[in-house]
Design a protein around this ligand. Structure first.
Ligand SMILES: Nc1ncnc2c1ncn2[C@@H]1O[C@H](COP(=O)(O)OS(=O)(=O)O)[C@@H](OP(=O)(O)O)[C@H]1O
Ligand SMILES: [Mg+2]
Ligand SMILES: [Mg+2]
Ligand SMILES: [Mg+2]
Length: 369
């Protein structure tokens, strides 16, 4: 849909306008998806989920949030492909009809929720229209794109950290725009992240956004007063490591060896989802370390694209364990898994050296066994 607010991008366009509409559309979609997932959490029978073929959980919230985000993006950018985590294959059988209807009414609540000021622009014309169960499935299945390194594509992780979501812990609603294999817009909603980290029982909900070469900000979930993000520098011995809650997703034992090699004193901070990247960008934690627990697992692009851009734009560095850039142009995954290391630029090379030393030790141990 062409909108009158679509700004033509020419070589004369001031840089600050690049991706302005994409950013605001992603923020709107993420905020509305957060409304939906919070609603699902409040109303669902605790822990209610389906199990996917890879044994991982998926909830009504994951389906609803992906349908809603895909609907909003597709209305404004109908030619852009989408790489989304979920597919609707579960939602075609007659016995799932009631669940599909539940998902549809939750999606429509999200689409028709009151508009904030930034949603009163022409691009938001599609908001406020109810969609049908069939459209819900089509929106979810639009996420089947295979990725690649040519042109524009969006990623959607409707609930990152589904296990965290089910536990009432941290989770994140994650959207990115990738151009020629490189993330250029990233938006992450963290409904359960406290406004004041020292008051975990107080108000909650942050949205984080980053645009390539335009910096990164956070703002409260219903506002748009941006607080710029810049990672504070940290002395190497004061580093706090951020890691997954699930030890099956990232090796805790490897991380603890790296902490020994770096002579860190602080305990690591375990947190679900890309909320780790957000926490890092806010200076709560200084090193996100994610090393594979299984040789065959390939990290998914939607689990890292917005978070990696957020860290870069906040002044940090994100690489694999060899210090190489993550490659978002290989398809739906990052390819062979060499882990992820995200931290401040001033400590990055020291961290990579320790990670490589710990890897060498594991190889030596494996040879002896
Ligand atoms: N074996 C294995 N290794 C590495 N990563 C895996 C693995 N299995 C799953 N996943 C992905 O982990 C995503 C959840 O992120 P985290 O591990 O950071 O959070 S958590 O501690 O699991 O809550 C999770 O994202 P969601 O499915 O969106 O929750 C998965 O994509
Ligand atoms: Mg995920
Ligand atoms: Mg997910
Ligand atoms: Mg999942």
């Amino acid at each position: 849909m062409a909108t009158s607010t679509t700004i033509p991008i020419t070589h004369e366009t001031p840089r600050v306008l690049l991706y302005a509409i994409e950013r605001i559309v992603a923020i709107s979609a993420v905020r509305r998806a957060c409304i939906v997932t919070q609603k699902v959490f409040e109303t669902m029978v605790k822990g209610d989920h389906f199990t996917k073929s890879d044994e991982s959980p998926v909830t009504v919230g994951d389906f609803a949030a992906q349908a809603l985000i895909s609907q909003i993006i597709h209305t404004v950018f109908p030619d852009d492909p989408i790489v989304g985590e979920e597919d609707a294959s579960e939602l075609y059988s007659p016995e799932k009809k009631e669940i599909l209807h539940n998902i549809t009414s939750i999606v429509n609540e999200g689409l028709t929720a009151d508009r904030l000021d930034y949603e009163k622009e022409d691009w938001a014309i599609g908001l406020g229209r109810d969609i049908s169960p069939q459209e819900v499935r089509e929106n979810i299945d639009r996420g089947k794109h295979n990725g690649g390194n040519v042109g524009r594509m969006w990623t959607i992780d409707p609930i990152d950290g589904t296990k965290g979501f089910l536990r009432g812990g941290q989770y994140a609603v994650c959207v990115s725009l990738i151009l020629d294999g490189e993330p250029v817009v990233g938006v992450i909603g963290c409904p359960n992240l406290p406004h004041d980290l020292n008051n975990p029982e107080g108000k909650k909900g942050w949205i984080f956004s980053a645009v390539k070469e335009q910096g990164a900000q956070r703002f409260t979930i219903n506002g748009l007063d941006p607080i710029p993000l810049g990672m504070p520098s940290v002395s190497p011995e004061s580093i706090v490591v951020l890691e997954s809650v699930e030890s099956g997703h990232s090796s805790h034992s490897f991380n603890s060896r790296v902490r020994e090699l770096l002579t860190l004193k602080e305990p690591s901070l375990q947190m679900d989802s890309q909320a780790k990247y957000c926490s890092l960008a806010m200076g709560r934690g200084h090193l996100y370390l994610r090393m594979p627990t299984r040789p065959d697992y390939e990290e998914k692009i939607w689990d890292h694209a917005p978070g990696a851009l957020l860290i870069k734009e906040a002044g940090g560095q994100v690489t694999d364990s060899r210090g190489k850039q993550l490659n978002f142009g290989l398809g739906r995954t990052l390819g062979k898994n060499y882990g992820v290391v995200a931290c401040g630029s001033e400590v990055h090379s020291r961290v990579i050296d320790s990670v490589q030393a710990a890897l060498e030790e594991s190889r030596e141990r494996a040879k002896m066994n």
